[in-house]
Write a protein that binds this ligand. Structure first.
Ligand code: GTP
Ligand code: MG
Length: 292
């Protein structure tokens, strides 16, 4: 009798799936946004010669720099705002002009917070984005409002857009590097080098530096499911560490964020993760100005 020699197949042992999230967040954000809002709205530079704390946002094309400005204003006003024009990533920088953005403090016309953002053209490889030298000039307050950046052609002293006598008010007081989460692992050496170059120049000028990793929802399904998972996600934590190694920015100066992009209403959870880094940015800038 030719019986069946094979033993009845036993089910394969269950594969233990590693949890993708930590049980507790590795960075604790406040539950409410009110304390950050009060701090941000009431901030005033002490120096009488400085009207505003000036924050420069730089980073790769399409990273979410303009969206961050809109997210900040949305979180402060409690409604979605979109003054800084954004664009679905087309590969070339949508923001081309050097522009200062004031942020409304509340809905009364003409009331602004005492910090401003400078939005700038994005960095790109093969010299098709903003010339790195222009970002360095912006740090020193040398780029005039409205100057239109020209890829591969740095701003020159004889150009009308060159500010020959910048005041402390024109200079940058905090530098914020904005990068999208999905590109941290595959950023070209050329763009990393340019960002390091800008960072070195800022360090020479003693300008404090922070970084924001945006689009966490696109890089991590847990973060997409619930923005409260952002600091629980193991993948995003690794990304912060990787970015820290790449640029040398301390981990406690790197923040994870989802910008307001698809939402039609604001929420406390979203506001908290936008205002928490902003509070830190302002605190660093405040320390810088107090030492001038
Ligand atoms: N899902 C998601 N989309 C985002 C986020 N931040 C920005 N975006 C989208 O990404 C695209 C590019 O954003 P922008 O804010 O224009 O980027 P930018 O850095 O100002 O780009 P340039 O001015 O072209 O250098 C837009 O379509 C935004 O809606 C985010 O956190 N999550
Ligand atoms: Mg932009």
């Amino acid at each position: 009798m030719g019986g069946n020699s094979s033993t009845p197949s036993s089910p394969p042992p269950p594969v233990r799936k590693e949890p993708t999230c930590l049980e507790q967040p590795w960075r604790k954000l406040p539950e409410k946004d009110q304390d950050s809002l009060d701090f941000i709205r009431s901030y005033k530079p002490h120096d009488e010669y400085v009207k505003h704390l000036r924050i420069l946002l730089h980073g790769p094309v399409g990273a979410g720099k303009s969206s961050f400005i809109n997210s900040v204003e949305s979180a402060i006003l409690g409604r979605i705002c979109g003054r800084a024009l954004t664009d679905a990533n087309s590969g070339v920088s949508f923001t081309r002009k050097y522009k200062t953005f004031k942020i409304s403090k509340d809905e009364s016309p003409g009331t602004h917070c005492d910090f401003v953002f400078n939005d700038i053209m994005g960095l790109e490889k093969e010299k098709s984005g903003i010339p790195v030298e222009d970002i360095k000039l912006a740090l020193r307050g040398r780029v005039k409002e409205g100057y239109e950046f020209i890829p591969n052609r740095p701003l020159m002293e004889e150009d009308a857009g060159y500010n020959t006598s910048p005041s402390l008010d024109d200079k940058i007081h905090v530098l914020v590097c904005v990068v999208p989460a999905d590109s941290v692992a595959r950023m070209s050496d050329e763009v990393v080098k340019m960002m390091r170059d800008v960072r070195m120049e800022a360090s020479r000028l003693d300008i404090p530096q922070l970084a924001i990793i945006t689009k966490v929802d696109e890089a991590c399904p847990e973060a997409r499911k619930d923005v409260k998972n952002v600091y629980k996600s193991k993948a995003l934590k690794m990304m912060v560490e990787q970015f820290h190694q790449m640029l040398g920015i301390p981990v406690n100066c790197i923040f994870l964020m989802k910008n307001y992009s698809s939402e039609v209403e604001t929420s406390t959870e979203m506001n908290v993760q936008i205002l928490h880094p902003l509070k830190q940015i302002i605190t660093f800038g405040k320390d810088f100005l107090n030492n001038q």
